[in-house]
Design a protein around this ligand. Structure first.
Ligand code: SAM
Length: 346
Protein backbone atom coordinates (compact mmCIF):
# COMPACT_ATOMS: atom_id res chain seq x y z
CA UNK A 1 0.00 0.00 0.00
CA UNK A 2 1.34 3.43 -0.88
CA UNK A 3 1.12 5.23 2.41
CA UNK A 4 1.83 8.59 0.88
CA UNK A 5 -1.62 8.39 -0.67
CA UNK A 6 -3.35 8.78 2.70
CA UNK A 7 -5.56 11.82 2.11
CA UNK A 8 -4.27 15.05 3.62
CA UNK A 9 -7.67 15.65 5.16
CA UNK A 10 -7.17 12.65 7.43
CA UNK A 11 -3.93 13.94 8.83
CA UNK A 12 -3.95 15.49 12.29
CA UNK A 13 -7.50 14.35 13.01
CA UNK A 14 -8.05 13.00 16.49
CA UNK A 15 -9.61 9.58 17.03
CA UNK A 16 -12.57 10.44 19.26
CA UNK A 17 -15.15 7.80 20.18
CA UNK A 18 -18.87 8.17 20.75
CA UNK A 19 -18.23 8.81 24.46
CA UNK A 20 -15.81 11.65 23.74
CA UNK A 21 -12.69 9.69 24.69
CA UNK A 22 -9.65 10.40 22.57
CA UNK A 23 -7.98 7.22 21.38
CA UNK A 24 -4.23 7.55 21.10
CA UNK A 25 -3.07 4.03 21.86
CA UNK A 26 -3.16 0.72 19.99
CA UNK A 27 -2.20 -2.59 21.55
CA UNK A 28 -1.09 -4.92 18.81
CA UNK A 29 -1.00 -8.65 19.44
CA UNK A 30 1.60 -10.05 17.08
CA UNK A 31 1.04 -13.71 17.86
CA UNK A 32 -1.17 -16.08 19.83
CA UNK A 33 1.89 -18.24 20.64
CA UNK A 34 3.61 -18.13 24.00
CA UNK A 35 6.64 -19.88 25.45
CA UNK A 36 5.13 -19.93 28.96
CA UNK A 37 1.98 -21.58 30.28
CA UNK A 38 0.96 -19.34 33.17
CA UNK A 39 -1.72 -21.07 35.17
CA UNK A 40 -4.17 -18.16 35.02
CA UNK A 41 -3.65 -17.48 31.33
CA UNK A 42 -3.01 -20.68 29.37
CA UNK A 43 -3.92 -24.33 29.62
CA UNK A 44 -1.01 -26.65 30.28
CA UNK A 45 -1.11 -28.09 26.78
CA UNK A 46 -1.29 -24.67 25.15
CA UNK A 47 -4.17 -23.35 23.09
CA UNK A 48 -5.35 -24.35 19.64
CA UNK A 49 -3.00 -22.32 17.52
CA UNK A 50 -4.23 -20.20 14.68
CA UNK A 51 -2.60 -21.13 11.33
CA UNK A 52 0.17 -18.68 10.41
CA UNK A 53 -1.70 -17.78 7.22
CA UNK A 54 -4.45 -16.26 9.36
CA UNK A 55 -2.04 -14.12 11.35
CA UNK A 56 -1.32 -10.65 10.07
CA UNK A 57 1.99 -10.23 8.29
CA UNK A 58 4.26 -7.49 9.59
CA UNK A 59 3.56 -5.38 6.51
CA UNK A 60 -0.16 -5.66 7.23
CA UNK A 61 0.31 -4.58 10.83
CA UNK A 62 2.41 -1.67 9.61
CA UNK A 63 -0.34 -0.60 7.20
CA UNK A 64 -3.00 -0.65 9.89
CA UNK A 65 -0.80 1.39 12.22
CA UNK A 66 0.07 3.85 9.47
CA UNK A 67 -3.57 4.55 8.68
CA UNK A 68 -4.42 4.82 12.39
CA UNK A 69 -1.47 7.19 12.87
CA UNK A 70 -2.77 9.41 10.09
CA UNK A 71 -6.06 9.56 12.01
CA UNK A 72 -4.49 10.52 15.35
CA UNK A 73 -2.93 7.39 16.90
CA UNK A 74 0.32 8.12 18.78
CA UNK A 75 1.37 5.09 20.79
CA UNK A 76 1.76 1.42 19.96
CA UNK A 77 2.36 -1.44 22.37
CA UNK A 78 3.32 -4.85 21.03
CA UNK A 79 1.99 -7.81 22.94
CA UNK A 80 0.71 -11.32 22.39
CA UNK A 81 0.89 -14.24 23.17
CA UNK A 82 4.56 -13.59 23.71
CA UNK A 83 5.75 -11.03 21.16
CA UNK A 84 9.33 -12.30 21.28
CA UNK A 85 8.08 -15.75 20.31
CA UNK A 86 7.48 -14.41 16.81
CA UNK A 87 10.44 -14.38 14.45
CA UNK A 88 11.69 -11.04 13.19
CA UNK A 89 9.98 -8.90 15.80
CA UNK A 90 12.89 -6.46 15.75
CA UNK A 91 12.03 -5.72 12.12
CA UNK A 92 8.44 -4.93 13.04
CA UNK A 93 9.63 -2.52 15.73
CA UNK A 94 11.74 -0.76 13.10
CA UNK A 95 8.82 -0.59 10.68
CA UNK A 96 6.40 0.85 13.21
CA UNK A 97 8.85 3.31 14.75
CA UNK A 98 9.41 4.79 11.32
CA UNK A 99 5.71 5.65 10.81
CA UNK A 100 5.11 9.40 10.90
CA UNK A 101 3.01 10.38 13.90
CA UNK A 102 3.97 7.38 16.04
CA UNK A 103 5.73 8.80 19.09
CA UNK A 104 6.35 5.67 21.08
CA UNK A 105 6.58 1.95 20.47
CA UNK A 106 6.66 -0.22 23.59
CA UNK A 107 6.28 -3.91 24.34
CA UNK A 108 4.79 -6.19 26.99
CA UNK A 109 6.82 -9.36 27.38
CA UNK A 110 7.38 -12.20 29.79
CA UNK A 111 11.06 -11.30 29.58
CA UNK A 112 12.29 -14.85 28.96
CA UNK A 113 14.03 -13.94 25.68
CA UNK A 114 14.76 -10.33 26.49
CA UNK A 115 18.43 -10.86 27.31
CA UNK A 116 18.97 -11.75 23.66
CA UNK A 117 16.79 -9.09 22.08
CA UNK A 118 16.84 -6.00 24.34
CA UNK A 119 19.79 -4.37 22.52
CA UNK A 120 18.51 -4.91 18.96
CA UNK A 121 14.99 -3.86 20.00
CA UNK A 122 16.27 -0.59 21.46
CA UNK A 123 18.31 0.05 18.33
CA UNK A 124 15.24 -0.55 16.19
CA UNK A 125 13.35 2.14 18.10
CA UNK A 126 11.63 0.38 21.01
CA UNK A 127 11.28 2.82 23.92
CA UNK A 128 10.37 0.71 26.92
CA UNK A 129 9.29 -2.72 28.07
CA UNK A 130 6.73 -3.96 30.56
CA UNK A 131 7.90 -7.27 31.96
CA UNK A 132 5.34 -9.61 33.47
CA UNK A 133 6.69 -11.09 36.67
CA UNK A 134 4.37 -12.48 39.32
CA UNK A 135 6.92 -13.68 41.86
CA UNK A 136 10.50 -13.15 43.04
CA UNK A 137 10.81 -16.82 44.01
CA UNK A 138 12.35 -19.12 41.41
CA UNK A 139 10.43 -22.24 42.45
CA UNK A 140 7.18 -20.41 42.60
CA UNK A 141 7.95 -18.86 39.21
CA UNK A 142 8.14 -22.34 37.76
CA UNK A 143 4.86 -23.28 39.44
CA UNK A 144 3.03 -20.25 38.04
CA UNK A 145 4.52 -20.36 34.54
CA UNK A 146 4.78 -24.18 34.50
CA UNK A 147 7.86 -24.08 32.26
CA UNK A 148 9.77 -20.85 32.82
CA UNK A 149 13.10 -20.05 34.49
CA UNK A 150 13.08 -17.07 36.84
CA UNK A 151 16.75 -16.34 36.17
CA UNK A 152 16.02 -15.83 32.46
CA UNK A 153 13.59 -13.05 33.27
CA UNK A 154 16.01 -11.36 35.66
CA UNK A 155 18.70 -11.49 32.98
CA UNK A 156 16.18 -10.04 30.54
CA UNK A 157 15.40 -7.18 32.89
CA UNK A 158 19.11 -6.47 33.34
CA UNK A 159 19.58 -6.43 29.58
CA UNK A 160 16.62 -4.09 29.12
CA UNK A 161 18.20 -1.75 31.64
CA UNK A 162 21.55 -1.87 29.91
CA UNK A 163 19.84 -1.14 26.59
CA UNK A 164 18.14 1.94 28.04
CA UNK A 165 14.57 0.61 27.82
CA UNK A 166 13.64 2.71 30.85
CA UNK A 167 11.81 2.91 33.13
CA UNK A 168 11.16 -0.80 33.33
CA UNK A 169 7.67 -1.67 34.46
CA UNK A 170 6.86 -4.94 36.15
CA UNK A 171 3.35 -6.29 35.64
CA UNK A 172 2.26 -8.29 38.67
CA UNK A 173 -0.96 -10.28 38.83
CA UNK A 174 -1.70 -11.36 42.39
CA UNK A 175 -3.54 -14.65 42.68
CA UNK A 176 -5.16 -15.42 46.01
CA UNK A 177 -3.29 -18.16 47.81
CA UNK A 178 -0.65 -18.46 45.10
CA UNK A 179 1.47 -15.29 45.24
CA UNK A 180 -0.54 -12.61 47.01
CA UNK A 181 1.77 -12.97 50.00
CA UNK A 182 4.40 -11.22 47.83
CA UNK A 183 2.59 -7.91 47.47
CA UNK A 184 4.81 -6.40 50.15
CA UNK A 185 8.00 -7.82 48.61
CA UNK A 186 7.11 -6.21 45.30
CA UNK A 187 6.29 -2.93 47.02
CA UNK A 188 9.54 -3.04 49.02
CA UNK A 189 11.55 -3.69 45.86
CA UNK A 190 10.76 -0.12 44.74
CA UNK A 191 12.99 1.24 47.52
CA UNK A 192 16.11 -0.03 45.76
CA UNK A 193 15.01 -0.57 42.18
CA UNK A 194 13.98 2.29 39.94
CA UNK A 195 11.32 0.15 38.29
CA UNK A 196 7.58 0.68 38.45
CA UNK A 197 5.68 -2.23 39.98
CA UNK A 198 2.15 -2.43 38.64
CA UNK A 199 -0.46 -4.57 40.33
CA UNK A 200 -3.05 -5.78 37.82
CA UNK A 201 -6.33 -7.20 39.09
CA UNK A 202 -6.86 -10.73 37.84
CA UNK A 203 -9.81 -10.89 35.48
CA UNK A 204 -11.25 -14.26 36.54
CA UNK A 205 -13.70 -14.78 33.70
CA UNK A 206 -10.79 -15.24 31.35
CA UNK A 207 -9.59 -18.35 33.19
CA UNK A 208 -11.59 -20.78 31.16
CA UNK A 209 -12.19 -24.36 32.11
CA UNK A 210 -9.31 -25.57 30.00
CA UNK A 211 -6.73 -24.05 32.30
CA UNK A 212 -6.88 -27.57 33.69
CA UNK A 213 -6.58 -28.53 37.29
CA UNK A 214 -4.41 -25.58 38.19
CA UNK A 215 -7.33 -23.28 37.51
CA UNK A 216 -8.91 -24.59 40.67
CA UNK A 217 -6.10 -22.79 42.49
CA UNK A 218 -7.63 -19.56 41.33
CA UNK A 219 -10.52 -18.46 43.44
CA UNK A 220 -11.22 -14.82 42.84
CA UNK A 221 -8.89 -11.87 42.75
CA UNK A 222 -7.25 -9.44 45.14
CA UNK A 223 -8.84 -6.00 44.84
CA UNK A 224 -6.18 -3.33 44.49
CA UNK A 225 -7.63 -1.39 47.43
CA UNK A 226 -6.73 -4.41 49.55
CA UNK A 227 -3.19 -4.49 48.10
CA UNK A 228 -2.83 -0.82 48.85
CA UNK A 229 -4.13 -1.26 52.40
CA UNK A 230 -1.62 -4.06 53.08
CA UNK A 231 1.26 -1.99 51.70
CA UNK A 232 0.36 1.14 53.64
CA UNK A 233 -0.19 -0.78 56.88
CA UNK A 234 3.40 -2.03 56.79
CA UNK A 235 5.36 0.48 54.76
CA UNK A 236 3.60 3.80 55.29
CA UNK A 237 1.56 6.06 53.05
CA UNK A 238 1.58 5.86 49.29
CA UNK A 239 1.62 9.31 47.73
CA UNK A 240 0.13 9.83 44.29
CA UNK A 241 2.94 10.20 41.76
CA UNK A 242 1.53 10.91 38.34
CA UNK A 243 4.89 11.94 36.81
CA UNK A 244 5.28 10.47 33.37
CA UNK A 245 2.26 8.24 33.80
CA UNK A 246 2.72 6.79 30.39
CA UNK A 247 -0.38 6.37 28.37
CA UNK A 248 -1.82 3.33 30.03
CA UNK A 249 -4.38 2.49 32.68
CA UNK A 250 -2.14 2.52 35.80
CA UNK A 251 -2.53 5.03 38.62
CA UNK A 252 0.91 5.56 40.15
CA UNK A 253 2.02 6.11 43.73
CA UNK A 254 5.32 6.17 45.59
CA UNK A 255 6.51 5.10 49.01
CA UNK A 256 8.52 7.77 50.83
CA UNK A 257 12.15 7.55 49.73
CA UNK A 258 11.53 4.89 47.09
CA UNK A 259 13.31 4.94 43.73
CA UNK A 260 10.49 3.26 41.84
CA UNK A 261 6.75 3.70 41.83
CA UNK A 262 3.79 1.48 42.53
CA UNK A 263 0.97 1.44 40.00
CA UNK A 264 -2.52 0.05 40.33
CA UNK A 265 -4.42 -1.25 37.32
CA UNK A 266 -7.92 -1.94 38.56
CA UNK A 267 -10.28 -2.86 35.76
CA UNK A 268 -12.63 -4.60 38.19
CA UNK A 269 -12.82 -2.10 41.03
CA UNK A 270 -11.82 1.38 39.89
CA UNK A 271 -14.82 3.52 39.16
CA UNK A 272 -13.93 5.58 36.16
CA UNK A 273 -11.43 3.02 34.81
CA UNK A 274 -13.27 2.86 31.49
CA UNK A 275 -13.81 6.62 31.33
CA UNK A 276 -10.01 6.94 31.09
CA UNK A 277 -9.71 4.32 28.35
CA UNK A 278 -7.70 5.60 25.40
CA UNK A 279 -7.11 2.42 23.45
CA UNK A 280 -8.08 -0.02 20.78
CA UNK A 281 -6.65 -3.49 20.29
CA UNK A 282 -5.61 -5.33 17.17
CA UNK A 283 -5.62 -9.11 17.51
CA UNK A 284 -3.04 -11.30 15.83
CA UNK A 285 -5.66 -12.40 13.30
CA UNK A 286 -6.57 -8.86 12.31
CA UNK A 287 -9.62 -8.06 14.40
CA UNK A 288 -9.99 -4.66 15.96
CA UNK A 289 -11.33 -4.91 19.49
CA UNK A 290 -12.80 -1.76 20.94
CA UNK A 291 -12.72 -3.21 24.48
CA UNK A 292 -10.81 -6.08 26.09
CA UNK A 293 -13.76 -7.04 28.23
CA UNK A 294 -16.61 -7.05 25.75
CA UNK A 295 -17.04 -9.25 22.71
CA UNK A 296 -17.23 -6.85 19.79
CA UNK A 297 -14.65 -7.33 17.07
CA UNK A 298 -14.26 -5.68 13.72
CA UNK A 299 -12.59 -7.76 11.07
CA UNK A 300 -9.97 -5.70 9.30
CA UNK A 301 -8.00 -8.55 7.72
CA UNK A 302 -10.63 -9.11 5.06
CA UNK A 303 -10.34 -5.47 4.02
CA UNK A 304 -6.54 -5.72 4.08
CA UNK A 305 -6.45 -8.84 1.94
CA UNK A 306 -9.39 -7.96 -0.27
CA UNK A 307 -7.57 -4.99 -1.74
CA UNK A 308 -9.68 -2.35 -0.05
CA UNK A 309 -6.49 -0.55 0.93
CA UNK A 310 -6.36 2.44 3.19
CA UNK A 311 -10.03 3.18 2.85
CA UNK A 312 -10.98 -0.28 4.11
CA UNK A 313 -8.65 0.04 7.08
CA UNK A 314 -9.98 3.49 7.83
CA UNK A 315 -13.56 2.21 7.75
CA UNK A 316 -12.63 -0.58 10.17
CA UNK A 317 -11.00 1.87 12.57
CA UNK A 318 -14.02 4.16 12.46
CA UNK A 319 -16.35 1.20 13.08
CA UNK A 320 -14.25 0.19 16.10
CA UNK A 321 -14.40 3.74 17.42
CA UNK A 322 -18.12 3.88 16.95
CA UNK A 323 -18.77 0.60 18.72
CA UNK A 324 -16.44 1.25 21.64
CA UNK A 325 -18.68 0.82 24.69
CA UNK A 326 -18.79 3.43 27.44
CA UNK A 327 -17.70 0.76 29.93
CA UNK A 328 -17.22 -2.99 30.25
CA UNK A 329 -20.34 -3.37 32.44
CA UNK A 330 -19.04 -6.50 34.12
CA UNK A 331 -20.74 -5.42 37.30
CA UNK A 332 -24.02 -5.05 35.42
CA UNK A 333 -24.07 -8.59 34.07
CA UNK A 334 -21.89 -8.35 30.95
CA UNK A 335 -20.25 -11.76 30.53
CA UNK A 336 -17.80 -11.87 27.66
CA UNK A 337 -17.20 -15.19 25.97
CA UNK A 338 -14.63 -17.14 27.92
CA UNK A 339 -11.42 -16.75 26.07
CA UNK A 340 -7.79 -16.61 26.96
CA UNK A 341 -6.00 -13.30 27.17
CA UNK A 342 -3.53 -14.64 24.66
CA UNK A 343 -6.29 -15.02 22.05
CA UNK A 344 -7.40 -11.44 22.51
CA UNK A 345 -4.03 -9.81 22.88
CA UNK A 346 -3.30 -9.12 26.52
N1 SAM B 1 3.44 -12.67 26.95
C1 SAM B 1 3.47 -11.30 27.31
C2 SAM B 1 3.61 -11.13 28.80
O1 SAM B 1 3.69 -12.13 29.50
O2 SAM B 1 3.71 -10.00 29.25
C3 SAM B 1 2.31 -10.47 26.79
C4 SAM B 1 0.93 -11.06 26.85
S1 SAM B 1 0.30 -11.34 28.49
C5 SAM B 1 -1.28 -12.03 28.13
C6 SAM B 1 0.00 -9.69 29.02
C7 SAM B 1 -0.33 -9.51 30.45
O3 SAM B 1 -1.62 -10.02 30.70
C8 SAM B 1 0.60 -10.17 31.43
O4 SAM B 1 1.09 -9.22 32.33
C9 SAM B 1 -0.29 -11.17 32.15
O5 SAM B 1 0.08 -11.32 33.48
C10 SAM B 1 -1.64 -10.52 32.02
N2 SAM B 1 -2.79 -11.42 32.15
C11 SAM B 1 -3.00 -12.60 31.58
N3 SAM B 1 -4.21 -13.13 31.95
C12 SAM B 1 -4.76 -12.22 32.79
C13 SAM B 1 -5.98 -12.16 33.51
N4 SAM B 1 -6.87 -13.13 33.47
N5 SAM B 1 -6.20 -11.06 34.26
C14 SAM B 1 -5.30 -10.05 34.34
N6 SAM B 1 -4.14 -10.06 33.66
C15 SAM B 1 -3.86 -11.12 32.91
Amino acid sequence: MALETIPEALAAKALVDAHRRTITYLRVSVTDRCNLRCVYCMPEGGIDLVPMADILRYEEIRDVVAVAASMGLRYVRLTGGEPLARKGLVDLVGMISAIPGIEEVTMTTNGVSLARYAGPLAEAGLRRVNVSLDTFRPRRFRRITRVGRYEDVREGIAAARAAGLLPIKLNVVLIPGLNDDEALDFARSTYDEDWDVRFIELMPFLEGESCAKDASLITGFVPNEEVRRRIEARLGPLSPDPTADGHGPALYHRLAGAKGRIGFISPLTEEGFCARCNRLRLTATGKLRPCLLTDQEIDIRTALRGGEGEEGIRRGILAALESKPDAHHLNDGNRPRRRKMTQIGG
